[in-house]
Design a protein around this ligand. Structure first.
Ligand code: ADE
Ligand code: ZN
Length: 345
């Protein structure tokens, strides 16, 4: 769609109103401090921070690992199917308020099985919340199970085995956690097995790690989308390939800012990725920790980079193109996108 320029002061309202899909968010990263304390109390646990304010004030990170350590502490309060349901329900309500029509939700079971929680408890809780959001909000939501890359290939195989009884509740498989030192090829065999099983495949690559990890996620793991991928900027041949093959990047600007991947939001390369013809999308990653849900990612990044209404349309349209929804659902979503832009023209 060719979009006419709109006055700068109307752009934030358009960004908030436009229908969108969110394709990169970790459900455990949507756990707000208030819910952490409520779940700790419900499960009669003590949490190593005295209150919400002191926990929130600890959300200052120097890199991915410093975040993952605190993120892991938050996951300890999740014990029952209802806990997983409540966390997911809270995210979906928040996403609905941001006009997210479709969400593909990352989760992992390895964190929770290490705490003695069964994989089925996790998956059933998440799935029930997704089903209820469809009824309540008309949203679609599906689940992507991520292997933790700091753990072994053998442990990823065990994780897959435990998830297979719930195969019908999952759309895909991803790869998350500490990137540097854990290249995609470490998981070549387990991803090959997931491909045989018919899962859609994605992987985090090029968040902090080098462009070589993006190449191997594509060529060894054979993923369809790259999560983050912002380091592709340092490899011209890779940039050309991503554009030519229309490989989506699920970019998370506020995450990149909080984890010091870019020193300032004005330095973020989202605009340059779009200018290079790459199918980039905007996402929140871990919204409770990084200072904003998807609409905050859109409004702050557009303000910092001076992006246009045309680029807003492109990013929203890309989010539906890059998603794993059916062609019919995609058409319904893009029709609503068009209607919203026509109202603002
Ligand atoms: N798990 C949660 N957030 C993550 C991120 N930004 N990168 C890798 N793994 C994650
Ligand atoms: Zn992520």
């Amino acid at each position: 769609m060719k979009v006419k320029p709109i006055p700068a002061d109307r752009l934030p309202a358009l960004l908030r109103a436009m229908p969108k899909a969110e394709l990169h968010m970790h459900i455990e990263g949507s756990l707000e401090p208030e819910l952490i304390f409520a779940l700790a109390e419900r499960n009669r646990m003590t949490f190593p921070y005295p209150d919400v304010a002191s926990l929130r004030s600890a959300y200052v990170f120097e890199n991915l690992q410093s975040f993952l350590d605190l993120y892991h502490a938050g996951t300890q309060v999740l014990r029952t199917e209802q806990d997983f349901y409540d966390m997911t329900q809270a995210y979906l309500a928040r996403a609905h308020a941001d006009n997210v029509l479709h969400a593909e939700i990352f989760f992992d079971t390895q964190t929770h099985t290490a705490h003695g929680v069964d994989a089925g408890v996790v998956i059933r809780g998440l799935h029930r919340a997704c089903a209820d959001a469809a009824t309540q909000y008309g949203m679609s939501a599906s689940l992507i199970l991520c292997f933790l890359r700091h753990l072994s290939e053998q442990e990823a195989f065990e994780c897959l085995e435990q998830a297979l009884p719930f195969r019908d509740m999952l759309v895909g498989i991803g790869l998350a956690s500490s990137e540097v030192g854990h290249p995609p090829e470490k998981f070549a065999r387990v991803f090959a097995r997931c491909r045989e099983l018919g899962f859609r495949l994605v992987a985090h690559a090029g968040e902090e790690g080098p462009p070589a990890y993006i190449w191997s996620a594509l060529d060894v793991l054979k993923v369809e989308r790259i999560d983050h991928g912002v380091q592709a900027m340092h490899d011209a041949a890779l940039m050309r390939r991503l554009a030519a093959e229309r490989i989506p990047l699920t970019v998370c600007p506020l995450s990149n800012l909080k984890l010091c991947v870019f020193p300032r939001l004005q330095d973020h390369n989202l605009g340059r990725l779009l200018d290079a013809g790459i199918l980039a999308t905007v996402n929140s990653d871990d919204p409770a920790y990084f200072g904003g849900y998807i609409n905050e990612n859109f409004t702050q990044t557009f303000a910092a980079l001076g992006l246009s209404a045309q680029q807003a349309w492109q990013l929203a349209d890309n989010s539906f193109t890059a998603s794993f929804i059916t062609p019919e659902r995609r058409r319904a979503c893009t029709d609503r996108l068009q209607e919203t832009f026509e109202r603002f023209q």
